[in-house]
Ligand binder design. Structure first.
Ligand code: A2P
Length: 273
């Protein structure tokens, strides 16, 4: 049975969602989304900059799963933040998806102008066409600045988190403010070889699960929303088949020792895109 998390505005989000970063527009994304929905996923996480919103919408329609049964997130891109185009960019995302609402709309990175974007997103939320709003790649200091100027607490902060870079301090801070923490690159992304770590295979062998399933389960048990990406139907199915076993406290602690403290990707205080 899939687990769910209730966001601070009452919206319910499935804890595992399909990530579609680096998933090419067209058949690859359509097929991945369709395979995910057929495997029981009810949560898809896209973004304007992934350039595949059209295919996400197409995969949803082809699956026959009703729109209202699926939690869909998209994100406001940095150029649109800098150009103060939040409302127009949101309309464009809805048009590409072919939806009349999204479940969650996020500020993708704290690009210059994000403070105004947050005001605009509150208006979008008030219109009912984004059921929840939140941020991504915000550090503690960004969240503190936001909260000092807004009565609306973001529903989520979506951040890099994996056994290699747990980001645990930020996760705890986010949870401490009543927000959900979502993990991107939850399997370590394409950089290192996290899934090749013998420890993960050893733990998985106890439960008849793969390294990827162990890592996804580790995220679930630390209270994260987890967004594994795959374009392969078999892996997509595997990545949500994680609700029939539980890691022990010792397993969890052993996985935490894989931490290197190094990010796979950009630091939200220093990015050039
Ligand atoms: P692929 O799409 O070819 O399956 P992330 O940490 O960003 O979610 O990255 C996951 C990476 O691991 C992707 O490159 C993905 O590649 C791969 N992957 C996803 N699921 C699995 C799995 N169950 N087993 C092995 N590799 C996986």
């Amino acid at each position: 049975e899939q687990t769910m998390i209730t966001l601070n505005n009452g919206t319910v989000i499935p804890q595992v969602g399909l990530g579609v970063f680096r998933t090419p527009d067209g058949d690859v994304t359509v097929n991945a989304v369709q395979a995910a929905l057929e495997a029981g996923y009810r949560h898809i996480d896209t973004a304007m900059i992934y350039r595949n919103e059209t295919s996400v919408g197409e995969g949803m329609r082809r699956s026959g799963v009703p729109r209202e049964d699926v939690f869909v997130t998209t994100k406001l891109w940095n150029d649109d933040i800098r150009a103060h185009r939040a409302k127009a960019a949101f309309e464009e995302s809805l048009d590409r998806l072919g939806f009349d609402y999204v479940d969650l709309y996020l500020i993708h990175w704290p690009a210059d102008g994000w403070q105004q974007a947050w005001d605009d997103m509150q208006e979008i939320a008030a219109s009912g066409r984004a059921k929840a709003i939140g941020v991504s790649n915000f550090h503690q200091h960004h969240i503190n600045e936001l909260l000092a100027n807004s009565d609306v607490v973001p529903a989520v902060d979506q951040i890099e988190s994996s056994p290699q870079f747990t980001n645990q301090e930020l996760v705890d801070f986010v949870h401490g403010h009543g927000m959900a923490a979502e993990a991107w690159s939850p399997l370590g992304g394409t950089g290192g070889n996290l899934l090749g770590e013998p420890l993960l295979a050893e733990i998985g062998a106890k439960y008849g699960k793969s390294a990827a399933q162990v890592v996804i389960r580790w995220h679930i048990q630390r209270g994260m929303v987890v967004l594994p990406k795959s374009v392969h139907a078999e892996r997509i199915r595997q990545n949500i088949d994680v609700f029939d076993f539980a890691l022990t406290a010792d397993d969890m602690a052993a996985i935490n020792t894989l931490s290197t403290g190094h990010r796979n990707s950009a630091d939200p205080d220093n990015f050039d895109f």
